[in-house]
Design a protein around this ligand. Structure first.
Ligand SMILES: O=C(O)CCC(=O)C(=O)O
Ligand SMILES: [Fe+2]
Length: 231
């Protein structure tokens, strides 16, 4: 969505037909679905869900309202998420980031110490406005490792709910055999390996506004970004 490399993958835009084994993880059922390379978790609960709701209002909505593209997709790239507060720092998404970091390490059997936050890590907003630049074209099937370079693992935390806040905008994994559709839901987390095994796209929105956070991790220490030890 954010780099020119997306355009190079445009030839893949013949949207594949869903195979009969495809799974739809609906916004209502709150379930868990996984395969070897992907995992869609149940919604966050307790304080982490509260943290997601706070992120939606304080960072995604307010932050993106400060700018915004003329087309249908906007991002606010925060990388480490460090924010000055009085005489120290806080991290605006530490609670959810730590939770997802642990979950990826556990699911993919990677030691926590070999899994580093990388960039871009960003908030996104999508709406039904007509695309004005290629950065607005989020609906092309793509491979995150190609698009973003440093990603080994992609995670998505959804801040709005399909069917309530927007329509269209479902996330589709296109691989045959493990075809999966994810309906975003506030607090739902999805993570997957960022390579060619997980080609995916987001359907065009047909109404409303969709907010999400993409938090990405790498196993290459040279691509790690500072993750300040802040509270
Ligand atoms: O917001 C989403 O569900 C995914 C967006 C995406 O695929 C990307 O930014 O690379
Ligand atoms: Fe992607």
């Amino acid at each position: 969505m954010t780099t020119p490399k997306v355009r190079k993958q445009k030839h893949q835009n013949n949207l594949p037909k869903k195979d009969k084994d495809s799974k739809v993880l609906t916004a209502q059922n709150g379930g868990i679905a996984s395969s070897k390379w992907k995992y869609v978790a149940a919604v966050l609960s307790g304080l982490t869900l509260l943290a997601a709701a706070v992120l939606k209002h304080r960072v995604a909505k307010r932050g993106l309202a400060y700018g915004g593209s003329n087309g249908g997709a906007s991002i606010l790239d925060l990388h480490s998420g460090a924010l000055s507060k009085n005489d120290k720092f806080i991290n605006v998404y530490r609670r959810v980031k730590d939770k997802i970091h642990r979950a990826i390490a556990e699911h993919f059997h990677v030691p926590l110490t070999s899994l580093f936050l990388t960039k871009p890590t960003f908030f996104s907003r999508m709406n039904t406005s007509e695309a004005k630049t290629m950065h607005d074209e989020y609906w092309h099937p793509h491979i995150d490792r190609v698009t973003y370079g440093s990603f080994f693992y992609t995670s998505l935390l959804y801040l709005t709910t399909y069917g309530t806040d927007f329509t269209g905008g479902r996330f589709i994994f296109t691989d045959q055999g493990h075809n999966m559709t994810v309906e975003p839901r506030l607090g739902r987390v999805s993570f997957f390996t960022s390579g060619s095994e997980n080609v995916h796209y987001v359907e065009k929105l047909t109404s409303g506004v969709r907010y999400a956070v993409t938090i990405s991790f790498t196993c290459d220490p040279s691509m790690a970004i500072a993750d300040p030890n802040v509270r």
